[in-house]
Design a protein around this ligand. Structure first.
Ligand SMILES: [Zn+2]
Length: 385
């Protein structure tokens, strides 16, 4: 069987940065990481001057290059998977924003058709439903027409119909949301707090009822507010007080560097995952676009590389790619921990035991980049993209 040997660069290994090593890939898996002198014969990838990193894992992404996964076409999966891969993403969980049940059905059908055809793109690791159980006051760019309360009569058949669900984002203050959290935990699905106006206490209660993650931390989420003479803590503070995992859109637009530093300092690299929340307009010029499906979505604009709601009153997802997230987060946390937040931490949150690390037995998902995180080569299961 073909053996590939990566050598010459700086390896980002679980135990730290190492040089003078060789990483041996066989049959799409990492077989060994050994001193260079002990490397077996094989096709050599010379990574001199490059960082050798695990592939990036994007656990919140809606599409890009003109496509939204909600479009419900095979192309809408294959094109963003391929393009995001060129920026270093080797695994993604396609995220579906709030939409009608029929839009969801169409999108999941396309996901199933795309799976076996996705030969040169980031691998799909299940679907993230970002909605429809959100607070109207924190809808952000979610279509308010489809927002609702979680009732078991509706979400149980939905979870049965879509077994590829790996994550659901919901607002815990809604009636029925605690029961939803417990049901998701029972099924091994990640329950995430999102688009919420909940108090700190409600979010802490949600943590006890199965919610373990906070979706795009700080964005569309309650925080310290003054009512009368007193101040009240919100979801953000619960994120700090409890052992929630945190997801941040580290594009430098949604959160400034000082907030990224704060998140990193309080939560640490093992609790923070970077995500793009990338939308249709990613990779395309400024202009007007549709969020959600082309048929039933809502309008937004991209101006100066920033995605905004049409009234320009708020952000509408991002046009970021994973390499940009690592580059930005490196300014707040250093490169090694920035990479960790783009690889090992999202892998652990999603339960992907063979991903996110350059270690024997793991999938050979490997990214090479320079000191400015300009990606030069990407390998998925050992295959050059
Ligand atoms: Zn999103």
């Amino acid at each position: 069987m073909a053996v590939t040997v990566f050598r010459g660069g700086r390896f980002l290994l679980p135990e730290g940065v190492r040089t003078g090593m060789a990483l041996v890939v066989r049959d799409g898996r990492i077989e060994a990481v050994v001193p260079e002198a002990e490397a077996p014969e094989g096709e050599v990838v010379d990574a001199a001057g490059q960082w050798i990193s695990p592939g990036f894992i994007d656990m919140h992404v809606h599409g890009g290059w003109g496509h939204d996964f909600l479009d419900g076409t095979v192309e809408a999966y294959l094109v963003p998977a391929r393009e995001h891969a060129l920026h270093g993403t080797t695994t993604m969980t396609p995220s579906l924003a709030t939409a009608s049940f029929s839009d969801y059905q169409r999108a999941v059908r396309a996901y199933r058709e795309a799976l076996p055809l996705n030969k040169e793109g980031a691998q799909f690791a299940g679907i993230h439903f970002e909605g429809p159980y959100f607070a109207l006051s924190k809808a952000g760019a979610q279509d308010p027409a489809w927002l609702k309360r979680p009732v078991p009569e509706e979400y149980l058949p939905l979870l049965e119909a879509f077994p590829e669900t790996v994550r659901v984002s919901a607002a815990p203050e809604l009636e029925g949301a605690m029961g939803l959290g417990e049901e998701l935990r029972r099924r091994g699905i990640v329950a995430a707090v999102a688009h919420t106006d909940a108090s700190c206490a409600t979010c802490e209660e949600a943590f006890m009822h199965g919610y373990s993650l906070m979706t795009h931390f700080y964005c569309a989420m309650s925080t310290v507010a003054k009512r009368g003479y007193s101040r009240y803590a919100g979801a953000v503070e619960a994120g700090y007080l409890q052992d929630f995992d945190i997801e941040v859109i580290a594009d430098g637009v949604h959160l400034p560097i000082d907030l990224l530093r704060l998140v990193y300092r309080i939560k640490g690299a093992d609790r923070v995952a970077l995500c793009t929340d990338a939308i249709r307009a990613t990779g395309l010029p400024d202009g007007e676009y549709i969020q959600g499906s082309l048929e039933n979505g809502i309008k937004f604009v991209v101006d100066g590389g920033v995605a905004l709601r049409p009234d320009r009153g708020g952000l509408a997802g991002s046009v970021a790619t994973t390499d940009r997230l690592v580059r930005t987060m490196a300014r707040a946390a250093g490169l090694v921990d920035a990479v960790r937040m783009m690889t090992a931490t999202p892998a652990r949150i999603l339960g992907l035991s063979r991903k996110g690390r350059l270690a024997p037995g793991c999938d050979a998902d490997i990214v090479l980049f320079d000191d400015d995180v300009r990606v030069s080569r990407v390998y998925i299961a050992g295959q050059a993209i």
